[in-house]
Design a protein. Sequence first.
Length: 133
Amino acid sequence: MSRRLELDEGAQVVVRRRTFLVDGSPVALCDSYYPADLVADTVITQPRKIKGGVYSVIEDTVGPIRRQVSHSVEDLVCRMPTREEAAELDLMPSVPVVRVLRTVYDSENRPLEVQESIMAADSHEFRYEVKMR
C-alpha cells in the first residue's frame, strides 16, 4: 500500500478494518490505509465509527488535515478467495471474490487513502459511469 500512497517503503500507515454485514451476514471485508503522518492526532486513528465518515475529517476546513477529496482510481481483480477470506465471508466452496483496490486523491492529485475491499463475486454488481467530455 505504501507505493499507492506514494510513501517510502516502511513508512507508517494507519489501517481501519471493517466487515460489512447485511441482515447479520458478512458481505464485504474492507481495509482502508492512510499515511500515519496525515491522520496523526485525529479520530481516524481510533477504532470507532466516525460521525460523517473519514472524508469529513479530511475535508474539515478547521481540522488538522484540510484537504479536498477529488477523485479515485479503482482496480478490480476477480480471483479465488484465501482460506481466511472464505471463512470471514462465509463463502460456499468455489465462489470467487472481487478485490476492489481504490486509491482516493485530493485536489492536488496526492493520495489520501487506499481502500481494499473483498466481496463475493456471486452477490455483487458493479457499475461505472465515465464522462468522456
